[in-house]
Design a protein around this ligand. Structure first.
Ligand SMILES: Cc1cc2nc3c(=O)[nH]c(=O)nc-3n(C[C@H](O)[C@H](O)[C@H](O)COP(=O)(O)OP(=O)(O)OC[C@H]3O[C@@H](n4cnc5c(N)ncnc54)[C@H](O)[C@@H]3O)c2cc1C
Length: 482
């Protein structure tokens, strides 16, 4: 992603070199995204049909959380709006009032995305304007972007970094020493070495903020399986005994994984759970990934910026990692130094990263803390978590007033918070009294007409598989990645 974006936007006198090691390879997971990925692809001028063909992608309208509130329950964090506002106040206040009166249905009935998603519908080009993201094969996307970057002048070097040399005076990185004694000098280095974090940690000693007290899942078992079940235009995050299982439908297979806490579940039990819950036959044995949740204390130091897993990792519950790469790149390009990076620029970037990451973390923690799975030791421990102050304040505000807000540029909107609060049964004790200005019958009609409109709109939409097939049959536009 970094090489592609830099090759696309840097002036011609800059040289971009991408060092990769085929013997090490990539992590090979990371298949669900959020709608911002479309801005990234659009900025690169990538044709959507070609992208979906090359990455075997599918559409995503949201994430279904199955069993988080209790076995058999499901709610969705769907992209886009939920319900219409009226007058000065947001829909959620009318919904809370209707709920208090015993009339409100689940948010599924008022969300355009969830209504379409649950019916396996996906509007085609020119149809309803629903915000969406993609599922894709991460390895194919990496290969696609590598090709894009190389055709725009990025030089790709195969090799293994064995040593990182620092300048004795400035402390900056001076060069990478590759196997075979090749030495690569550069003005600026972007560490994309994954969990190894060879540059930012290995050489620069960034330090790590360990968040595993808040998000204790530290393992994932991943296994693709043959297609089966519904071709859902949404990701599923299914609660299991000591964590949760993802289900990501692609064109050629389904991506599955069980994210769990090794404190509460053995690898063998996790593998049994995962393999017993697939829609098709598994493609090999599950692959184990171990991680510690948290972030580098400083993601930019001197002439080194860390991206992706080298910058830190939070579990993929809300599909945020690829977005955090994209967002860091966008912020980096805004602050691109003309010469040596100044401390004020670096400090500003790192403060933005601290804010962005900690708010994403809090949103993930909410899902766990608000679970209703009593009797499972893992879930019982999660309900007893000591919450970060900012998250506690959000919860208090919601409970006391029915209000949620998006602070500065935090990633998740007030509607996202609303859906998780409502979906997991964290109810507000009050709503804005302006909602009482609507007569009760008008309130019922207001909700019913929204639901009716959404049902009709969804029924008129084509199925996910048909929309995908039609789009991919379209010839690629000129000026694309190929
Ligand atoms: C279980 C799991 C599930 C995930 N699911 C999602 C998801 O659904 N959505 C999402 O947005 N994100 C997800 N992610 C995160 C996502 O996988 C990563 O953000 C993304 O793949 C980027 O990875 P990366 O490039 O940082 O690291 P990697 O893919 O590990 O790439 C590291 C690169 O560095 C190179 N390298 C390493 N060491 C050396 C060396 N010594 N010399 C030369 N080259 C070297 C490797 O060859 C490789 O090319 C998930 C992550 C995990 C662990």
């Amino acid at each position: 992603m970094a090489a592609a974006l830099l090759a696309r936007f840097l002036p011609p006198d800059y040289r971009v070199e991408l060092v990769e090691s085929e013997s090490i390879g990539t992590v090979g997971v990371g298949e669900a995204t959020i709608p911002q990925i479309r801005h990234f692809n659009q900025a690169l001028g990538i044709d959507e049909a070609e992208f979906l063909r090359e990455t075997k992608g599918s559409f995503k309208l949201g994430i279904a959380f199955d069993g988080w509130r209790g076995e058999g329950h499901s709610y969705m964090h769907a992209f886009g709006p939920v319900g219409q506002s009226s007058g000065l106040i947001a829909f959620r206040h009318y919904w809370l009032r209707a709920k208090a009166l015993g009339h409100a249905k689940d948010l599924a009935h008022y969300s355009p995305n969830e209504m379409a998603a649950r019916n396996l519908r996906m509007p085609g080009p020119g149809g309803a304007d629903l915000p969406y993201a993609y599922h894709f094969d991460a390895s194919l996307y990496a290969a696609f972007l590598r090709h894009y970057a190389e055709t725009r002048g990025a030089l790709r070097t195969e090799g293994t970094i064995e040593r990182v040399e620092r300048d004795g005076e400035t402390g900056d990185i001076a060069a990478l020493v590759l196997d075979g004694d090749r030495r690569l000098e550069a003005d600026f280095f972007i560490d994309c070495t994954g969990f190894r974090a060879l540059l930012i940690e290995g050489a620069m000693g960034a330090g790590f903020d360990d968040w595993s007290n808040l998000l204790p899942c530290d393992r994932a078992l991943a296994v693709p399986c043959a297609s089966g079940g519904d071709f859902t235009p949404y990701t599923r995050a299914i609660a299991r005994k000591a964590g949760w299982q993802w289900r990501i439908p692609l064109q050629h297979r389904i991506g599955n994984g069980y994210v769990f806490s090794s404190q509460f579940c053995s690898e063998a039990d996790a593998a049994d759970t995962l393999l017993a819950n697939l829609d098709g036959s598994p493609d090999g044995d599950p692959r184990l990934l171990s991680f510690t949740t948290g972030k580098r204390r400083r993601q930019w130091i001197g002439n080194c910026l860390a991206l992706g897993l080298a910058a830190g990792f939070m579990e993929p519950l809300e599909s945020t990692s690829i977005h955090l790469v994209q967002s860091a790149l966008a912020r980096f390009l805004q602050l691109l130094p003309a010469g040596r990076s100044t401390p004020s620029t670096i400090d500003h970037f790192n403060a933005q990263a601290d804010f962005e990451w900690s708010r994403v973390r809090d949103f993930l923690v909410l899902h766990y803390w608000a679970n209703g799975r009593e009797g499972d030791p893992f879930w019982d421990a999660m309900r007893a978590l000591d919450l970060p102050a900012a998250l506690q304040a959000k919860i208090d505000q919601w409970r006391d007033t029915g209000h949620t807000h998006r602070e500065h540029e935090e990633l998740f909107t007030e509607v996202a918070w609303f859906q998780v609060f409502a979906g997991q049964g964290v109810l507000a004790n009050h709503y804005n009294p302006l909602a009482d200005a609507m007569a009760e019958q008008d309130l019922l009609d207001f909700l019913a007409s929204q639901e009716r409109q959404l049902e009709q709109a969804a029924a008129a939409m084509p199925h996910h598989a048909d929309t995908l097939g039609r789009l991919m049959a379209r010839p690629a536009k000129r000026n694309t990645a190929a």
